[in-house]
Design a protein around this ligand. Structure first.
Ligand code: SF4
Length: 95
């Protein structure tokens, strides 16, 4: 029973949110548009909340379908297009 619940949670995460953090210019638009997911860091760039960084400085986080719209708005608000969304299953880049 427990395993079934875990599997269902796993399949709910349908997208990968990506942040090319090294190229973020720190305009804070993402935080304004999607404050549940984005916050400004004291180094002047934004962070995906609660998300670590890859060795190349990018951040990536699996998100659920219900979190897609807010992060798509954040991506569309980014003036330098460093926020991306991809399909978790296929790897297809959405934005
Ligand atoms: S909107 Fe883009 S450039 Fe501006 S802080 Fe967010 S990720 Fe960085």
């Amino acid at each position: 029973m427990e395993t079934t619940v875990e599997l269902e949670k796993e399949t709910e995460r349908k997208f990968i949110l990506l942040h090319d953090r090294p190229n973020c210019i720190g305009c804070a638009a993402c935080e304004a548009v999607a404050p549940d997911f984005w916050e400004m860091n004291e180094d002047g760039k934004s962070d995906i909340k609660g998300c670590g960084r890859r060795k190349d400085g990018w951040q990536e986080k699996e998100i659920e379908e219900g979190d897609f719209a807010q992060n798509k708005d954040a991506a569309e608000s980014c003036p330098v297009n460093v926020i991306h969304l991809a399909n978790r299953e296929t790897g297809e880049k959405i934005i």
